[in-house]
Design a protein around this ligand. Structure first.
Ligand code: IDP
Ligand code: MG
Length: 137
């Protein structure tokens, strides 16, 4: 099934100069239907990760996600949600498979280079968080 999902190149990967390589790899698997570079405000990051509010890593996650620019993309493709999760690899890079983005570019569980939506419901909410319908081409 053709799906759309939200991808974020996180501040650690942008800071390290890895955004271009990550985007090129993503583009070899998915159509990029929208893309923005921006720096999240505290309120925006807190809202985006609201599902994790109250967890021990939440405050550090919000601080990290606001620590520098990110590149946000809406991706489209056959089974894009699970397919992009596979390309990202496990949340903890030590457990990520060889060849995945997190294996290559993440340095820890906290600084793990990329975000991807985890289900159709969250993908719809996350895409709409960053892109009005008119920007999805
Ligand atoms: P995901 O990004 O693979 O979907 P989630 O469980 O949704 O993983 O967590 C969101 C983000 O929060 C992770 O990508 C990571 O940056 C951070 N995170 C999750 N669990 C931990 C943890 O145990 N320690 C530190 N950071 C964490
Ligand atoms: Mg998640």
């Amino acid at each position: 099934m053709k799906q759309r999902t939200l991808s974020i190149v996180k501040p650690d990967a942008v800071r390290a100069g890895n955004a271009g390589k990550i985007i090129a790899e993503i583009e070899s698997h998915f159509k990029i239907v929208a893309m923005r570079k921006l720096q999240l405000t505290h309120a925006q990051a807190a809202a985006f990760y609201a599902v994790h509010a109250g967890k021990p890593f939440y405050n550090d996650l919000v601080d990290f996600m606001t620590s520098g620019p990110v590149v946000v993309m809406c991706l489209e493709g056959e089974d894009a949600i699970s397919g992009y999760r596979r390309l990202m690899g496990a949340t903890n890079p030590e457990k990520a498979e060889e060849g995945t983005l997190r294996k290559k570019y993440a340095t820890s569980m906290s600084f793990n280079a990329v975000h991807g939506s985890d289900a159709p419901e969250t993908a719809a909410v996350e895409v709409a968080f960053f892109f009005p319908g008119c920007d999805l081409i």
